[in-house]
Design a binder for this molecule. Structure first.
Ligand SMILES: Nc1nc2c(ncn2[C@@H]2O[C@H](COP(=O)(O)OP(=O)(O)OP(=O)(O)O)[C@@H](O)[C@H]2O)c(=O)[nH]1
Ligand SMILES: [Mg+2]
Length: 275
């Protein structure tokens, strides 16, 4: 495994800010990357969601292995956790999300009524790691907006609430929470493009990716991962002046091909019975 050197200094501040906003939120919409549903999750979000509605959306399923994504959804269903997946963002999917959120909202209403509180639209917020698709989702949910409902007291000035259905309001600011980058989590986030390419060795990352793809039988080759990378560079004509393969550039292109789906539909994390 390769090492990811990344210590985001702003993490604590960002977390505290989100924790304050979260107090006014009823439903947390947590986005995770379908290719790495564990590594792109964050235990802080689960903690913040305690006592609130919680919907997990697996994004980028078009890049992931459909069969594995279905297994993840099934596993979470067994655990009674709301999890759905969205194909890119289209109107059908937006409807699917709103329907799910309204189901959760009904439970929130019920709780509020029991406490003798008045009905009001249920407030949702989108959280997730960098690059997972938060802004894309907010944009497509906000397209359905009926009205910008203005600032609510107790929430940082400047936060915009958008009405997305009769029952639901969405805070149109996403919250980014960095997970810990230990070991495999950092590796998976790096491979899928959630971390800047400058904080790890691209060549090591590509070699590791090839090893994984080989083990999971997404590619079949009898070559060692480094040899496979060299062959890839050769085929693509990525050569240095002397005629040798430029491994650095080949590695970058290999990662790019993986991230854009050119290598096929691939899931790096597969569910295990004890997940
Ligand atoms: N293939 C694919 N790409 C997606 C999908 N959803 C979002 N993207 C792409 O993923 C990239 C990141 O999306 P954003 O919506 O900007 O992600 P974000 O979570 O707001 O990122 P940060 O603001 O950096 O934290 C963009 O290039 C999107 O076009 C999807 O379902 N499938
Ligand atoms: Mg964004």
């Amino acid at each position: 495994m390769f090492k990811v050197q990344w210590y985001p200094g702003h993490m604590t501040r960002a977390k505290r800010k989100i924790e304050n906003i979260i107090k006014t939120i009823d439903i947390i919409i947590e986005l995770r990357d379908a290719r790495i549903p564990m590594s792109s999750g964050n235990p802080d979000i689960s903690k913040m969601a305690l006592g609130k509605g919680h919907l997990i959306i697996l994004t980028k399923p078009d890049l992931a292995d459909k069969n594995i994504t279905e297994q993840w959804i099934e596993l979470y269903k067994e655990k009674d956790i709301n999890m759905i997946t969205i194909k890119g963002i289209d109107t059908q999917d937006v409807k699917k999300i709103i329907k799910q959120l309204e189901n959760i909202a009904d439970k929130v209403f019920e709780k509020r009524r029991k406490k003798g509180l008045l009905d009001r639209p249920v407030r949702c917020m989108v959280l997730g790691v960098s690059n997972v698709g938060k802004s894309s989702l907010i944009n497509s949910l906000a397209l359905k907006k009926v009205a910008v409902t203005g600032n609510k007291p107790g929430v940082t000035k400047g936060n915009q609430w958008v009405r997305i259905s009769k029952k639901l309001e969405l805070l149109d600011t996403p919250g980014i929470l960095w997970p810990k980058f230990d070991g495999l989590i950092g590796v998976n986030l790096a491979l899928t493009g959630a971390i800047s390419d400058n904080v790890y060795d691209i060549k090591e990352a590509a070699v590791y990716l090839i090893k994984e793809l080989k083990e999971k039988k997404y590619i079949s080759t009898s070559l060692e991962p480094l040899e496979e990378l060299m062959l890839f560079g050769e085929k693509r004509g990525i050569l240095l002046k002397g005629g040798n393969v430029d491994l650095e550039k080949s590695a970058l292109l290999y990662l790019k091909d993986f991230r854009s789906g050119k290598l096929g539909h691939i899931s790096l994390e597969w569910p295990m019975k004890n997940d």
